[in-house]
Design a protein around this ligand. Structure first.
Ligand code: PMP
Length: 392
């Protein structure tokens, strides 16, 4: 039996970096010790106090169907967090609770794209972006960002791509995975203007908003005129080390949330009540907990920058946010993929090839700051020496 073109076409046929992941898993299964700098997940688990709240909620009976758009106190808490950080008046009715940021990205694109319509995204990009757009029947179209611009997008190129493709939406991500770029106010003003000129929906992926090392995170939703055309995607995965709990949100105009609820009724039927209550407890701990969870990445970023200063084979734009660092390994003459595969075989260190984040990241690798400090320092040093030996 034939499956739909929509589902068989999700991957678009390209390489997505999973080959390296599976090779690392195979080596581990053979007993090799692999240092995994390829995964965007904390090396700590969810805080015991959050687990306690989850357990208490389950024991108290919150194991039945929960309110589909999210329980009211959680929607209120998420709205308050957004309002506090952006100044934009935000109510529970603007919030849709989703099964993680990824489900939010899917739902937001479902809400703004009809089949065959173009959704723009920026390259380099988080791995799932083009697949997410394809999975709602949309046509993904990448707009390049460049190392020499520190990966800040150029608004005129977005506007031009929007005109050429008659796009309906633009997906951005700040702080950015994989580049670590935090979009500046002038970048965001340019993006806002491009969205207004081309009448685009803006889907703003802000799942790393608690991990900012330089400058300040700004939400495009806060710029004049943008609230009505912006859907912000958030998540507890990165800010609260709750990746496996699958909880996130969309902040959008009320009328959009009403329709998103219909989509949820017909797909996930909401998020588990005990997870929602654990998320509520976690958010009530305020920014102190978010900072505590972000702190190890700040330390490892500093360790990496120190090690980079002592060599020439590899260059990097210091990440302004998020839990990764992009390394330019073009001096080795290798592609990101060749470098990552050879590094895995010879040094037993797994990193992501830049190519899996799009053409604009070719000749780069992405290192995740997600292993314990001493082990990270050792592995990062070995990556640099491996590169130096190849560049020589
Ligand atoms: N957006 C970005 C940029 C990400 O890096 C990730 C996870 N790596 C997600 C969204 C989705 O995360 P989750 O579904 O766990 O919230």
């Amino acid at each position: 039996m034939e499956l739909s073109r929509r589902i068989t076409g999700i991957t678009g046929g390209g390489s997505d970096g999973w080959g390296l992941y599976y090779r690392a898993q195979a080596l581990k299964a053979e007993g090799a010790e692999v240092t995994e700098l390829n995964i965007g997940e904390h090396d700590i688990r969810t805080d015991p106090a959050i687990l306690e709240a989850m357990h208490e909620a389950a024991k108290a009976g919150h194991t039945g169907y929960a309110a589909v758009p999210g329980i009211t106190p959680l929607r209120e808490e998420i709205a308050a967090r957004a309002q506090e950080r952006t100044g934009v008046p935000t109510k529970a009715a603007n919030v849709m609770v989703t099964a993680g940021g990824q489900a939010g990205l899917f739902a937001a694109h479902s809400a703004v794209l009809d089949p065959g319509e173009t959704g723009l995204y920026l390259d380099p990009h988080y791995t799932t972006y083009p697949g997410t757009i394809r999975s709602v029947g949309g046509l993904p179209h990448a707009v390049e960002t460049r190392p020499r611009d520190a990966f800040q997008p150029r608004a005129d190129e977005i506007a031009e791509a929007a005109r050429a493709t008659r796009a309906r939406s633009l997906l951005i991500n700040t702080p950015n995975n994989p580049t670590g770029t935090v979009y500046s106010r002038s970048t965001l003003e340019g993006i806002a203007q491009a969205c207004e000129e081309a009448d685009l929906w803006l889907i703003s992926d802000e799942v790393y908003d608690s991990q900012v090392w330089e400058g300040r995170h700004l939400s495009t939703r806060a710029l004049p005129g943008m609230e009505a055309r912006t859907m912000v995607v958030g998540s507890m995965s990165k800010s609260h080390a709750m990746t496996g709990s699958r909880i996130g949100w969309i902040i959008a105009p009320e009328a959009a949330v009403t329709q998103l609820e219909q989509l949820a009724i017909n797909t996930t039927y909401g998020v588990q009540g005990y997870i929602q209550r654990a998320a509520l407890f976690a958010l009530q701990q305020g920014t102190a907990l978010e900072q505590k969870i972000a702190e190890p990445f700040r330390r490892r970023r500093a360790i990496a920058l120190d090690l980079l200063a002592g060599q020439q084979a590899v260059t990097a734009i210091p990440p302004q946010g998020a839990m990764y660092m992009m390394l330019d390994i073009r001096a080795t003459g290798m592609s990101g993929e060749e470098f990552a595969l050879a590094l895995l075989e010879e040094e037993r260190i797994a990193v992501m090839p830049g190519e899996s984040f799009g053409a604009a990241a070719s000749g780069h690798i992405r290192v995740a700051l997600t292993v314990e400090d001493a082990r990270f320092a050792d592995a990062f040093g070995r990556v640099l020496r491996f590169a130096a030996a190849r560049a020589a």
